[in-house]
Ligand binder design. Sequence first.
Ligand code: FPP
Length: 246
Amino acid sequence: MLFRKNTLLQEIDYNNLPRHIGIIMDGNGRWAKKRGLPRSAGHKAGAESLKKIITEANKMGIKYATVYAFSTENWKRPKQEVDYLMDLLMDYLVNAEKTLAGENVVIRAIGSRAELSEEMQRQIIKTENFTKDNTGIVMNIALNYGGRDEILNAVRNISKDAASGSIKTEDIDQELFDRYLYTASQPDVDLLIRTSGEQRLSNFMLWQVSYAELWFTPKLWPDFKPKDLHKAVLDYQNRGRRFGGV
Ligand code: FPP
């Protein structure tokens, strides 16, 4: 068993790692339902799974990971579930100082913060500051995040800067646009993983996934293990990426 696990890891080409992985962590609710547990138990297990996967991605040498924790559409869920997810995120950020920060992880939140509680907004700043000098993987937690929302936010800020004269309309190109996104200065997503058998983007990083390899698994997020990450990276390395060329 141990031998098999190592074999998979040994096959990875460390000179060809995805620079940025995106993860749509789907299936927490179904995982809980299968066990006769409340949905909250699925989210709790999902948060544990996330810690393990980020730790593993960091060990492998992956530099950026963006994880979809709460979308702009998730407010439509029952209040009890929204409250639970917010509490879980809060705990995650507080504990991250002890756990993930110890692993040298840089933690950032991307998304619209204004709708989050003031307590959450303060904690985000605290955790970001606490981890900003770490040198390991950058984990972007997409929180009240929507891809269209991010693009519109960039357009609004570009318009403001164009109106004030700090940028010229003719200078607006892809590189400039990129700098107005929440992920400014980070590479595009190379590999997008979605669990639970769904094969949709669900408004996740619409600009940044333009050339990403998409990788789907029927596994539910709490069941996603480091070896599944190895499998995804290996599959990624075995695909021919042409970026529109031949
Ligand atoms: C999708 O499962 C998952 C979410 C909406 C939230 C993702 C949250 C976590 C993995 C845990 C919390 C994250 C952090 C950073 C602490 P679902 O509820 O849609 O599952 P279902 O499709 O089976 O119902």
